[in-house]
Ligand binder design. Sequence first.
Ligand code: AMP
Ligand code: ZN
Length: 434
Amino acid sequence: MKYWDKRMETLPRAGIEALQLERLRATVSRALLTPFYKPLLEKAGVTGPESICSLADISKLPFTSKNDLRDAYPFGLLSCPRAELVRLHASSGTTGTPTVIYQTRADLDRWTDFLARSVTAPGAGPEDVFQNMITYGLFTGGLGMHYGAERAGMLVIPAGPGNVGRQLMLMKDFGTTTVHATPSFMLHLQSKMADEGVARSSLSLKRAYCGAEPYSEDTRRKIESMLGIDVYNSYGLSEMNGPGLAFECSFKDGMHVWEDGFLLEVIDPDTGLPVPDGERGELVFTILCRDAMPILRYRTHDLSSVIPGDCPCGRTHRRIARIMGRTDDMLIVNGVNVFPSQVEEVLMRMPEVGTNWLIVVEKEGSLDRLTVKTEVQPNMFADDSRPLNALRDRVREKLQASITIGARVELHEPGSLPISEGKAKRVLDTRPKL
Ligand code: AMP
Ligand code: ZN
């Protein structure tokens, strides 16, 4: 069994819980330094670490939502001087405003360690070549995983996403054994291998770390059997640093949440009360390992459950099941979060656009395709098609700027898109269900 930090990964539960309590108290102290949490905590009667006597006292703390982070944009959640920050990452907000996460040098060091732990858990190590086929830039998966794999001693190829031909060349020439990618990109890559003239036998690939978007056990098995590799699930979200929050070990039976850094709750999304282990609920996390920016009881909207019992790997950190869905309308398109409200915001700012619109998400091969269909004002359909074409380009550009990925744009005559009775149906997602 391979560990990165055996003592911490196998710490008895009592030890984990003692650490959590100590770190939760420190986190509350830091939260009290932020303009965002100070009034909320004081209102809840939490005046300092002394208000938290046991882990159960977490129920005194307020929940945090993506909208809260948006409202606190850009600096409302900082709990250290700006000069101490060394990195920021961002994810999409529910509208055009992104949610931004900051790290100090010590925070980055801790995050990198959780990632080194994660990439090691399935058995990889310094003998491995790691190709990171995920977006770099503001997305946490690129740089985060990069530094984690480097710390674990692997040779890291910062390939970034896309360009199957080049990915395969890198894999062949450098003997890549381990990759990090979205599951849909793995399927796409596999489907293009024959066209690219690359035989499986010319690759040294052993394993893939797949995350950033939901996928089923069947998809895992499909990638595994088509490529003859092992696929391990990786779960994270920017608000909790990104990847390195929960990761599968070599037993591939649920993801260990690194509980010395993240306090996990599984709640009934309607009542906010905890659900028993084994029962499905919304995952809620409190980060215990970040000085720059505390986030208390973050509502992920992701549905999962705690897997009861011990894992044969000896790790004492609890496991969560594969993500089973979401409680909100967030779409994940090729690994990128898209909220229908972001699309709405872009469209409704343009006077030429009508009021009826629809987002269509479908599979094109193994990848997702996003189309935004919108009605436009009647006067746009004149003999001269130039204004219409110009409008289409403008909508496309504005959408790209807001949601960060390309969308097809279709403009329609007023009254031509379907109208639903009652609540408007804004999303048609025809991708196969989990
Ligand atoms: P981001 O903040 O952009 O990294 O997006 C985080 C969201 O991506 C999570 O809240 C999940 O909805 C989704 N996600 C990340 N990893 C996985 C995974 N392994 N399985 C299912 N969904 C995932
Ligand atoms: Zn395990």
